[in-house]
Design a protein. Structure first.
Length: 242
């Protein structure tokens, strides 16, 4: 049995990188590997697995920004305690600065935040972004190896963060074929009827946080308004997100 430890914000089934963290931890645990999880949240079924030990990190005022230093220090403490046991550590981005494997879901240096609101809010976001970029650069510079979730992420890690190309490898996300499968025609018809959608009208869904401009809903909506000006565009846009 190998021993692993993963340092990340959350290990839950909702959210993009959270789901990926959950999937990795679940895979290792189901294959009889010992897994230490250092983060703020964990899914109940993962926490119940006898191969999993969860080290909860507090989230003051429900803020990941305030939780960041706590997560980093907790990861460092666990690394120091278990280094002699040859535990294999995996870190998410700038979550913790360790000479371990770093799994990059998102590159802060590649995307400057666009924020609406007053000067105070804009200032807070700029400071937070600068802190993320700093911790990201230090963490990736210290990492023994870097795993990127796409070729685009790999290029950003190399060009924007300055990591040597031979240290960055691409491993794409997998997918759960049982949960995310193609619906049957009978299921499609039933869902359309339940939601009150016309059977013969195309529906296109956007799923994501509307307040996060990185998700791109503003771009989609601008394009949608252009398409709506054409007489043959009769699709309905369904928006799912807070």
């Amino acid at each position: 049995m190998h021993q692993y430890a993963i340092v990340a914000g959350d290990f839950v089934k909702t959210g993009g990188m959270d789901r990926a963290n959950y999937a990795l931890a679940s895979y290792l645990a189901r294959h009889d590997q010992s897994v230490q999880l250092i983060g703020c949240r964990v899914d109940s079924d993962l926490a119940a697995n006898p191969n999993v030990a969860f080290h909860r990190v507090g989230k003051p005022m429900n803020s990941y920004t305030l939780a960041g230093p706590l997560l980093a220090s907790s990861g460092m403490v666990q690394f120091a305690r278990r280094r002699a046991d040859h535990v294999r550590f995996v870190v998410n981005g700038g979550a913790c600065c360790l000479p371990a494997t770093n799994w990059v879901h998102y590159v802060h240096a590649a995307f400057a935040p666009r924020v609406a609101g007053g000067n105070l809010r804009q200032g807070i976001v700029r400071i937070r972004h600068a802190n993320h970029r700093f911790s990201e650069r230090v963490a990736l510079g210290l990492a023994k190896r870097v795993i990127a979730n796409s070729e685009r992420t790999r290029q950003d890690v190399i060009e924007k963060v300055g990591v040597a190309p031979d240290r960055v490898r691409v491993i794409y996300y997998g997918i759960d074929p049982d949960t995310f499968r193609t619906a049957t025609e009978h299921e499609r018809a039933g869902i359309r009827q339940e939601l009150g959608w016309e059977a013969d009208r195309p529906h296109i869904a956007f799923i994501g946080a509307l307040g996060d401009r990185r998700k791109g809903f503003d771009v989609l909506f601008d394009a949608w308004r252009v398409l709506r000006r054409t007489s043959d565009w009769d699709a309905r846009l369904v928006v799912i997100g807070a």
